[in-house]
Every structure is written in structure tokens, then in C-alpha cells.
Design a protein around this ligand. Structure first.
Ligand SMILES: [Zn+2]
Length: 429
């Protein structure tokens, strides 16, 4: 990557942020989400008339203007004391001057149709120096909420007020997006091929081009996703909490659920973090829909992060920190039939509470799904016909473990999950 800008480490300001975030708990168990391999997206996305978004929307309104500025050392201050001056940002063959925004485009060099397919890359270079934060959405082409989050964040901020740079890519997988599909045209999942390979498969080449031309400019990255295949997620950050830089990044999002999740090899989150760019995934809602409550929650979380990083002076922090979970488990269907939920996304449940029922449409036999733990519904399937083994409810279990205890718990969970098929059938991001 050739850039005139100095590379800013996020660590100093994030360390200051750490001292502020005393109440932040840690998430632990792998938050893997099942994917039904082979099942393509359905045309019918009829949504259950649950109250799923209401609670989220209410939470999104809990923003407060703090009475006084918290004692965070802004990252921008930390870097300006080093004598840096704002510099142009050279990316994708363009030079974006300080205090300006440009809409650039990125096109992978290898294309299925032989015709260049380009996608917008929004670049905002702040008037003051600072870190470069990247927002990527629709790596899975059917995940729409993140597209709107990127648009809102990029248009909410004025480059004159910004320290550092924002790079927003609303639709990474433009070919999947056009077809309303999670996948690339060859059914490959782009988010299994990062950082890519210039001599590999088409997916590997696209991943490589994106990683080299865009991601390499980032100092930190937030990859935006939704649940997959008729499942929706409560807005949540998924992060590898064994990585201290990633842990610090998670603490900037304010009142958002944080789940420990070891990133799969090939995911953008994994590849970026491996390259020294702390990265997290923000999951919110489900695929093929634009859900305003989830979008608002995500935007507020990202804008809180931007503020926490000292990239804007405006202070926008969450009011009540939301409980955070370290342990999570999926409740699966043991029989096939019609799944009807008795809970909503975000519901608090006790051990043994009824989550939903599965009814065989022929025999009328009815099976109940009950929560194995006390916790909260952080992900769930929409009402639908399911097969045995289908993951229906994702139950998050709150913890107040310290980071040291977390490490031990995570290591144990990883050992367990390696032998547990339940965790191996894929993740949503
Ligand atoms: Zn995804």
C-alpha cells in the first residue's frame, strides 16, 4: 500500500478508552451461527409479526448527551502531538485532500462476465490527522441493513469536523447484491476467501483485490452483517476477545451486546486482524430486509465508536450499558415441522421457558423447544418450516467474568467446540 499518510496506531487512544470502560463485560463462548449449506435464499421473506424491532428501537432511543465530557484522551490529540499534519489520502488511484470527501469506485480485476463490475467506495478525509476507520457492508449480497448504516454514518459526519479518515463500502459483493444473494455468482461465499490470492479462484482474486486496494488502508475495520437464512440477530458485536486491540475496539460501541467469537479463517474480520488491523463484525437483523430499528442501533453504535476514538468532537455515548454475554448456545429443532416462536428477539428467558413449538403438519404431533439456560434471545429464526437439526434460537448467557477468566473459558470452549458438530456447520458472517 502506497500512501502519503502516516499509519496511525489505534492503541494509545484505545488504551485511554479502556480505563473509562469499567462496566464493560466480556463475551466468551464462540458465537458461531449455523448456516444451512445448500439451502438457497427463498423468495418469500414473510416476516413474523413479532415485536422484535420495538425493543431494539427503544434501546436505540436511549442515547443521552453526557453532562460533561468524559476523560478520554482523543486519539487525534495523541497523533497531533507527534507533529503530524493532515495529509492527502491516496487510495484507488485518487488523492483525497484533507477536509474533503470523494466517491471513488473499486472493481475487482477478475470478473465473471468479463465486464468490469464496480462498487462505490466513499472516502472522507478529515481536516485533522487521525486513524482511518473502515466500514464494509454487504460482503454477503443479501444483507441490507449495513448498506443503510454506511450511508447514514458517512452523511452524518462533516470532513471539516473529522480527525482521520472514514472509508465506507456500502456494497462489497455487488454481484450478490444485484441477485439478492448471499453468494458470488459461482455460489462461493466471498467471506471465506480473505485476504485472497491474486492467482487463486475467482473469489480469491476478488478478495485479494479488495484487501489490497481498500482494506490495507484501514487502521480498524467494522464489517457489517445480518443473520443468515431466515434468521435475525439482535444487534451485537462479534469479536475475538483474546486479541487486546480487538477488545479495546469493542469498548467503543456503547450499549451493544458483545459476543466472543473466534473468526473463521477466510473471513474479512480474521484476515484484517491477522494483518494488524483490529476488526469486529456488527450483526443486526436478518437478510433481505431493511429494518429501521436495527439500522438505527448500528448507526448509533458506530457513531459512538467514532466519538470514542476521538475522531469527532461531538460526544455521543450510550446511556445505560446493555448487559453483555460471554456464553451462547443454539437451541435446535429435534423434529421437522412448522416452527412457531413464543419469544421475540431480545426476550429475557428463564431456564425451561417455552421458546417455540414445532408441529408436524400431517400428524399434528407437537414438540416444544425450551431454553436450556437463563439468558436472552440474541438470535432466532423467523417462523417457517424446519428440518430436524435446524438452529432455531440463539440464547446468550450473561457473565461478569474478568478478562483473565475469559481467556481460560474461551480456551475450554474452543476445545469443546472442536469436537462438537453443532459449532462446525458454519457462521453467519
Ligand atoms: Zn453476513
Amino acid at each position: 500500500m502506497t500512501t502519503m499518510r502516516p499509519s496511525y496506531a489505534l492503541v494509545p487512544a484505545l488504551a485511554a478508552l479502556l480505563s473509562l470502560a469499567t462496566a464493560v463485560a466480556f463475551a466468551g463462548e464462540a458465537a458461531l451461527e449455523p448456516v444451512d449449506s445448500g439451502a438457497d435464499l427463498r423468495e418469500d421473506t414473510t416476516e413474523d409479526a413479532d415485536s422484535r424491532s420495538a425493543e431494539v428501537a427503544a434501546a436505540a432511543e436511549q442515547f443521552v448527551e453526557p453532562a460533561e465530557t468524559p476523560s478520554v484522551v482523543p486519539l487525534a490529540d495523541a497523533v497531533t502531538t507527534a507533529g503530524n499534519l493532515p495529509a492527502s489520502l491516496r487510495i484507488l488511484g485518487a488523492e483525497v485532500a484533507p477536509g474533503t470527501s470523494e466517491r471513488l469506485s473499486w472493481a475487482a480485476t477478475e470478473l465473471f462476465e468479463g465486464v468490469p463490475v464496480s462498487t462505490p467506495v466513499l472516502v472522507m478525509n478529515g481536516a485533522m490527522p487521525g486513524p482511518t476507520l473502515c466500514l464494509t457492508a454487504a460482503v454477503h449480497g443479501d444483507e441490507l441493513n449495513g448498506i443503510e448504516m454506511v450511508r447514514r454514518v458517512m452523511h452524518d459526519i462533516d470532513p471539516e469536523d473529522l480527525s482521520g479518515a472514514l472509508i465506507g463500502v456500502p456494497i462489497v459483493n455487488v454481484q450478490g447484491f444485484r441477485r439478492g444473494s448471499r453468494y458470488l455468482p459461482d455460489r462461493r461465499d466471498l467471506n471465506r476467501y480473505f485476504p485472497g490470492n491474486p492467482n487463486g479462484s475467482a473469489a480469491a482474486r476478488i478478495a485479494n483485490s479488495f484487501f489490497e486496494n481498500v482494506v490495507s488502508h484501514c487502521d480498524a475495520l467494522v464489517d457489517l452483517h445480518t443473520g443468515s437464512f431466515e434468521r435475525a440477530n439482535l444487534p451485537q458485536i462479534r469479536a475475538d476477545l483474546r486479541n487486546p486491540d480487538v477488545v479495546t475496539l469493542t469498548q467503543g460501541f456503547g450499549s451493544t451486546v458483545i459476543l466472543h467469537s473466534t473468526p473463521g479463517v477466510g473471513t474479512l474480520r480474521h484476515a484484517a486482524t491477522q494483518a494488524g488491523i483490529p476488526a469486529v463484525t456488527l450483526e443486526a437483523g436478518g437478510p433481505l430486509q431493511l429494518e429501521l430499528g436495527e439500522v438505527k442501533h448500528g448507526v448509533k453504535g458506530i457513531e459512538t465508536l467514532i466519538t470514542s476514538l476521538g475522531m469527532v468532537k461531538r460526544i455521543r455515548l450510550w446511556g445505560d450499558p446493555e448487559p453483555v454475554y460471554y456464553r451462547s448456545t443454539w437451541v435446535r429443532a429435534d423434529s421437522g415441522g412448522i416452527l412457531l416462536s413464543d419469544v421475540s428477539l431480545g426476550s429475557t428467558v428463564r431456564k425451561g421457558d417455552l421458546l417455540g413449538t414445532i408441529t408436524d403438519p400431517m400428524s399434528n404431533a407437537r414438540v416444544e423447544l425450551r431454553s436450556p439456560y437463563a439468558g436472552r434471545i440474541i438470535g432466532m429464526a423467523r417462523n417457517q418450516v424446519v428440518m430436524p437439526g435446524f438452529a432455531a434460537f440463539h440464547v446468550g448467557i450473561q457473565t461478569d467474568q474478568s478478562p483473565a477468566e475469559m481467556d481460560a473459558a474461551v480456551a475450554r470452549d474452543d476445545e469443546t467446540s472442536a469436537n462438537d458438530g453443532a459449532y462446525i456447520d458454519g457462521i453467519s458472517e
